[in-house]
Design a protein around this ligand. Structure first.
Ligand SMILES: C[C@H](N)C(=O)N[C@@H](CCCCN)C(=O)O
Length: 411
């Protein structure tokens, strides 16, 4: 097999699947770290006296730099200008620094210390919450950028072949990261005497391993480049800043961006508050509360590549996205109706949510290279992620506020 990889990168099936595996593992570690604190909310409340607003503020930190400093869009441009290898290494570096700050805040800062500052009026915040949120904000820049980098890498290696299936597999790795983030942190924290910071440290070590797998990709991608150069196939179209305006002019691009905003704003924040929901509304006991939400990523692990491969063979991406969006409306209606409160209803709703959460991404991500040329793809994915990040940042803040105002948890 190694011989085959060495002979012809561009035509080797094993080479492109190894690339997919290596890059997806790096990205998976980022996904683990993104949600690592979600199951530890109870401990944060118990040990550090965080309230729902603190938790919501921390989660909204995810979008601060990506949205307001436009870091995500710059990330896409760097990707198109300087390439996936450089951008990937940079992303992992940024994630490590960000998560290091968060680790310090949670592990070493005095939870009772507060800071006063001015932001649209005088504000007082817990210093620990603020530092953890800033670390998370920085981490999110690297994490989002590795997401678009992975997409561009998969398109480069799989275009004209089983692209939607490969992107579906890549998303499946992301979901595996989310699943591990829901399942592992609480047992790890408990095994280390209720230490909230140990799961974060565990994630950092995982990310270092993810960096090593990215290095394997770099070696293979360099070889593909030199092979293409020898064959006179080097990419000669270069990204220019004004290309961003040609992306803006594509109407289908805006439809995808809008769906991405609304769909992900409904699903991703759910993961962060889902444990709370099944405890509060569906009366599931504390230690089992992580199980029902963890069905979501598990189902999508199988379904996203499956739907991707259907899309490769049959097309009909737009219909898949519409069906996914309709299912989402049904699921949230179920979550909202007060008398739907049996744990079995929660299981069924989460399973339907899993189908929706597979249908939409499996069609959405491979649809982008159909409307955008490859040398603008990093920027296009970045713009879609940027629009989406408004929802990812705003909705948790809204949920935290609503829970503190009308929820049943003690503040
Ligand atoms: C959260 C992130 N902006 C995002 O939208 N992620 C997608 C795509 C994952 C694949 C990235 N190569 C997701 O479905 O979670």
């Amino acid at each position: 097999m190694v011989e085959k990889i060495q002979r012809k990168m561009s035509e080797s099936r094993s080479a492109r699947w190894i690339v997919l595996l290596m890059v997806s593992l790096t990205m998976m570690c980022g996904y683990f770290l993104t949600d690592v604190l979600a199951p530890l909310k109870g401990l944060l409340i118990e040990l550090f006296h965080w309230d729902n607003t603190d938790f919501g503020l921390f989660n909204s930190g995810y979008g601060w730099f990506n949205i307001f400093l436009l870091m995500l869009i710059f990330g896409g441009m760097v990707l198109d200008k300087l390439g996936a290898r450089f951008t990937g290494v940079l992303s992992v570096g940024v994630m490590l620094v960000g998560i290091g700050i968060k680790y310090y805040a949670i592990g070493f800062m005095d939870p009772s210390r507060t800071v006063d500052f001015w932001f649209f009026g005088a504000q007082t915040l817990k210093a620990q919450v603020l530092a953890a949120s800033l670390g998370y904000a920085l981490f999110a820049v690297g994490y989002e950028t590795i997401g678009i980098t992975a997409n561009k890498i998969v398109v480069r290696w799989f275009k004209g072949r089983e692209l939607a299936f490969a992107l579906g597999m890549n998303v499946a790795f992301a979901r595996m990261g989310t699943f591990l983030a829901l399942a592992l942190p609480l047992p790890i924290a408990k095994a280390f005497g209720n230490s909230v910071s140990t799961p974060i440290l565990f994630g950092m070590i995982l990310l270092l391993l993810g960096f090593l797998t990215f290095l394997v990709y770099i070696v293979m991608d360099r070889r593909l480049d030199s092979e293409r150069a020898q064959e006179g196939l080097a990419d000669d179209e270069r990204f220019r800043f004004r290309d961003i305006f040609s992306i803006f002019r594509i109407r289908a691009f805006w439809y995808i961006a809008l769906l991405c905003l609304l769909f992900y704003a409904a699903v991703h924040p759910f993961v962060k508050f889902a444990v709370d929901l099944v405890v509060q509304k569906f009366g599931v006991a504390g230690e089992y509360s992580g199980l029902i939400p963890s069905l979501l990523p598990v189902g999508t692990l199988v379904l996203t590549p499956l739907f991707g491969s259907i899309y490769d063979r049959r097309g009909k991406g737009a219909s898949m996205m519409i069906w996914g969006a309709l299912m989402l409306v049904f699921v949230y209606a179920g979550f909202a109706i007060p008398w739907v409160d049996h744990w079995a209803a929660a299981v069924v709703l989460v399973i339907i949510l899993g189908v929706a959460f597979s249908l939409v991404p499996s069609a959405m991500w491979p649809s982008v290279p159909k409307i955008i040329p490859e040398h603008e793809l990093g920027t296009a994915y970045a713009l879609i992620f940027w629009v989406q990040n408004w929802g990812l940042a705003g909705v948790p803040l809204l949920i935290g506020w609503a829970l503190d105002k009308w929820g049943t948890l003690p503040p």
